[in-house]
Design a protein around this ligand. Structure first.
Ligand SMILES: *Cc1c(COP(=O)(O)O)cnc(C)c1O
Length: 378
C-alpha cells in the first residue's frame, strides 16, 4: 500500500525502556513501568486510580465483575461498538440491551437510553465513538436518577475531553485501549480507571485473580487466599515500558493527527465531493474535544462504499469500514434482536468509510487520498 490505513508511531524511547524493564528483573504486572504508566494516566487525565491492564477488553471484563453484574441484569450499550463491550456483560450472564446511535456523533442516543431502562437495568456502558465524547452530562444524570453504574468504553478516546474532563474519568469506571490500532499503543494494552472509591475493595480482589493479595502486600494479613471472583487482567511490565514511551509523546501524536484531520477537511472543501452529495463529512465540533482517532465519512450507500474500498485498494490506498452492528450480527440475532431494532446504526454502518489516519500522513498524502476518492466517486 502506498498509503496504509494505520502506521504505528515510533515515539523514540520504547526500546530503551523495554530493555530497562528486563534489566530490572521483574517483567510481570505491578513493576516499575506499570506503576509509572498508572501514575502518568492518573496525573495527565485526572483519574482517581488507574490500573494498567493487558487490553481494554480485559478492563471491560474486569469492570463487569467489579460492578457485580449477574444473571437477569440488563446493561444498556450502543449496538455500534466492538464485540468486547458486549462480551464483558454477557460473560457475567447479564443481557446487553442495545440502543441506537444519533446521526451527528454516532454515539449512543440518550433518548433511546431513557426508553430502554427497566427495573432490571443495572448499568450503562457509553462508547465514545472515534474519540468523540458521548453526552456524559445526560448519561451520568440518567444513571444517578435510576441508581445505575456507568462504565465508559473509552477505548478510542484516549486523550479526548468532554468539557474540561478526560474521557474515562467520568463514569464509575473507565476503560482505555492501547491496542496497535489506537492512537497510543503498546501492541496490546489497556487501562482500568477506578473513579468510584466504593468499588476499591472489590476491585483489589478481582484484579488479584480473586485473592486478597493486596491486603497481604499492604501488611494487613500474613498470608493471602482465594476470596472471590477474579482473573489475570493486569498487563506486563514489558508492555508498560513500551507504553510509557508512547504516553510521553501522546500530545505530539494527537497533534499530528489533528493536522492530518484538518488537511482532509481542506482538501474535501476544495473538491466537489461534498457539494455534489458524494460525501458527507463529519459535522461534529472535532476541534473541541477529539483525539482525532478516526477520520470517518459517509458515502451514498452500501454498494458505493464497498466498491470504493476495492477501488481505493487498487490505487494503493487502504480505507476501511467498521463496526458491524452488534444487534444484527449472528450473536445479536441469537439474543433475539432484529435488524430494524437500531435503524440509524444499520444505515451508518453500511455507508461509513474510514480514511487512513496516523502520524505518518503528510499533507501530500491527504491530498492524494481525496484526489483518488474523487476519481472513484465523481
Ligand atoms: C478497540 C476497542 C476495544 C477493544 O480494545 P482492546 O484493547 O483491543 O481489547 C473495545 N471497545 C472499543 C469501542 C474499541 O474500539
Amino acid at each position: 500500500m502506498d498509503i496504509p490505513f494505520n502506521k504505528i508511531h515510533a515515539a523514540g524511547n520504547e526500546i530503551e525502556y523495554i530493555s530497562n524493564a528486563m534489566k530490572r528483573g521483574k517483567t510481570s504486572s505491578g513493576g516499575y513501568y506499570c506503576k509509572e504508566v498508572e501514575k502518568f494516566v492518573e496525573s495527565k487525565f485526572g483519574a482517581r486510580k488507574a490500573f494498567f491492564t493487558s487490553s481494554c477488553s480485559a478492563a471491560l471484563d474486569a469492570s463487569a465483575v467489579i460492578i457485580g453484574l449477574e444473571n437477569e441484569d440488563e446493561v444498556i450499550m450502543p449496538s455500534f461498538t466492538f464485540s468486547s463491550t458486549a462480551n464483558a456483560v454477557l460473560a457475567r450472564g447479564a443481557k446487553p440491551v442495545f440502543v441506537d446511535i444519533e446521526k451527528v456523533t454516532f454515539d449512543m442516543d440518550v433518548d433511546d437510553v431513557k426508553a430502554k431502562i427497566t427495573a432490571k437495568t443495572k448499568a450503562i456502558y457509553p462508547v465514545h465513538y472515534a474519540g468523540i465524547s458521548c453526552d456524559m452530562e445526560a448519561i451520568t444524570s440518567i444513571a444517578s436518577r435510576h441508581g445505575l453504574k456507568v462504565v465508559e468504553d473509552a477505548a478510542q478516546g484516549v486523550g479526548s475531553m468532554y468539557g474540561g474532563e478526560y474521557l474515562g474519568t467520568m463514569g464509575n469506571i473507565g476503560c482505555l485501549s492501547f491496542h496497535e490500532t489506537k492512537n497510543v499503543t503498546c501492541g496490546e494494552g489497556g487501562c482500568l480507571l477506578m473513579n468510584d472509591s466504593t468499588l476499591d475493595e472489590i476491585a483489589e480482589i478481582v484484579l488479584e485473580k480473586g485473592t486478597n493479595r493486596t491486603k497481604f502486600l499492604n501488611g494487613e494479613i500474613d498470608k493471602y487466599t482465594w476470596v472471590g471472583l477474579g482473573s489475570s487482567y493486569l498487563g506486563s511490565e514489558i508492555a508498560a515500558a513500551y507504553l510509557l514511551a508512547q504516553l510521553e509523546e501522546m500530545d505530539t501524536i494527537n497533534r499530528k493527527r489533528r493536522v492530518a484531520t484538518s488537511n482532509y477537511y481542506e482538501f474535501f472543501r476544495a473538491s466537489k465531493l461534498v457539494e455534489e452529495g458524494h460525501v458527507v463529512l463529519p459535522s461534529v465540533p472535532w476541534e473541541m474535544r477529539s483525539n482525532y482517532h478516526a477520520f470517518v465519512i459517509l458515502l451514498k450507500d452500501e454498494k458505493t462504499r464497498n466498491e470504493t474500498i476495492v477501488k481505493m485498494k487498487e490505487k494503493g490506498i487502504a480505507v476501511a469500514s467498521h463496526f458491524v452492528p452488534l444487534h444484527s450480527s449472528p450473536m445479536g440475532r441469537s439474543l433475539g434482536y432484529e435488524e430494524d431494532d437500531c435503524p440509524i446504526t444499520e444505515e451508518v454502518s453500511k455507508r461509513l468509510l474510514r480514511l487512513p489516519m496516523h502520524t505518518g500522513l503528510s499533507t501530500a498524502d491527504c491530498q492524494k487520498v481525496v484526489a483518488r476518492l474523487e476519481e472513484c466517486l465523481a
